[in-house]
Design a protein around this ligand. Sequence first.
Ligand code: CP
Ligand code: NVA
Length: 311
Amino acid sequence: MTTKPNHFLDLKDIPAADLRLIIDTAREWKEARRGWPKGKVDEGAVLAGYNLAMIFEKSSTRTRISFEVATRQLGAMPLILQGNSMQLGRGETTSDTAKVMSRYVDAIMIRANTHEAVLELAEEGTVPVINALTNRSHPCQLMADIMTIEEHRGPISGKKVAWVGDGNNVATSLIEAAVKFDFSLVLGCPDAFAPYDDVLSWAEAEGGDVRVVTNAEEAVWDADAVITDTWVSMGDDRTGSRVRALEPFQVNRELMSKAADDALFLHCLPAHRGEEVTNNVLDGPQSVVWDEAENRLHAQKAILAWCLGKL
Ligand code: CP
Ligand code: NVA
């Protein structure tokens, strides 16, 4: 590849029109496969003959399975690699790994301990790199979330979305999504667990409608969708003070009653039932978490096709 590949690193780096195309394609491809068996239709095997490597430095259920199935449904071959069983885990540099892998595969998806490793892989390799979660962001998740909200409530532009809890990696990508998809976002987070300053500054500079408050009720007031995530992400220490600071941000029925009457509830999963969300919300009528999980598959098929110049 001679030109810069289409990396999927962070939503802020991708033109809004491309993100829209990815969502619209994902919805179209989802519709084409509605029902069972799931393998009965293909999308023209747009990635036939391609090989996609997936490196996991952290645990995964949804990302691991949905990316593998996405790859197969598009006619490509997946290679699943555990970071700690590669020489990468014994100290081979990311740069050398990127150069070598680029000679074998057509794209690399990575779930990495550090965001810098993903950026370096993209910089030093010559094939598209997909960020499948780092300590800083989780852009693939947000594509599924936007798709889910739009499936249930129509265009997200102009809607009000609330985030409550830790200002973590998913929150970073949500802030970037608010700018790119033009919706209003209020994040309710304790002071000590606020989102990264630089992503908030970026959103402000881009004219985004993004606010951070320290009260959960204020955050969710009249929201069309309420989103939360674990209080202790992979790589974080579970401390008493962390949990105590986040306890007032639990999504329960009372908190949901402050949002719009038909507000949706989303969670990237895995959920810690009884901590950041109660069972009656997670399993309740406003919850769309299973559609959200399913949509990882459809959204990632479109992401893969976009990365390889096939959309
Ligand atoms: N939501 C998400 O990324 O789930 P996994 O950690 O199971 O991949
Ligand atoms: N914030 C969570 C997301 C898991 C999909 C974590 O990083 O562990």
